[in-house]
Design a protein around this ligand. Structure first.
Ligand SMILES: [Zn+2]
Length: 165
């Protein structure tokens, strides 16, 4: 038996966490029809937007290594051939189920939020040693490097003369 639910795992979880776009200051859950379209695209029902938001915000804290108050979500199981699977109906259920699957696989720690304060984009760290900090080295990694460089230069400038910007 194969359920026709969403594919549970990192791709789904990352997409769900990114319904909040910190940089653009948009939240796909704010708009009911937009969220319904998002859910359809990902093979889930939207469910209650308020619950989806609570679950998403808690999971964003979890993957960021913070303490989180994850709302209780009802998950059901389904039998496959020599397998027992979690099944999820709504967007929030699928996100929690994906987190459970990744936790069991020891991979939830690979789902991260970008270290850029104004970015915070969720991504899956597929690097060998799991040390990636940025959604994109080209964008956020370089931005951070430039910032570190600038603040170092300003520290220096403070002891001599004002920085010329
Ligand atoms: Zn980023």
């Amino acid at each position: 038996m194969r359920t026709n639910g969403p594919d549970l795992g990192a791709d789904y979880l990352v997409a769900f966490l990114n319904t909040l776009d910190v940089e653009e200051q948009t939240d796909a859950l704010d708009d009911a029809s937009g969220f319904a379209a998002w859910a359809r695209e990902h093979g889930v029902e939207p469910g209650e937007p308020a619950e989806a938001r609570r679950v998403r915000d808690a999971l964003r804290q979890v993957v960021d290594g913070e303490e989180a108050d994850l709302p209780a979500v009802q998950l059901t199981t389904a039998c496959g051939e020599r397998a027992v699977e979690l099944s999820a109906r709504t967007a929030a259920e699928a996100a929690v189920a994906s987190s459970v699957v990744l936790s069991i696989q020891g991979k939830l720690g690979r789902v991260k939020l970008c270290g850029g304060d104004d970015c915070r984009w969720a991504f899956y760290d597929g690097s060998r040693n799991g040390s990636r900090q940025w959604c994109s080295m080209e964008v956020c990694g370089n931005r951070q490097k430039a910032r570190t460089f600038r603040s170092r230069r300003e520290e220096h400038a403070g002891s001599t003369s004002a920085a010329e910007d």
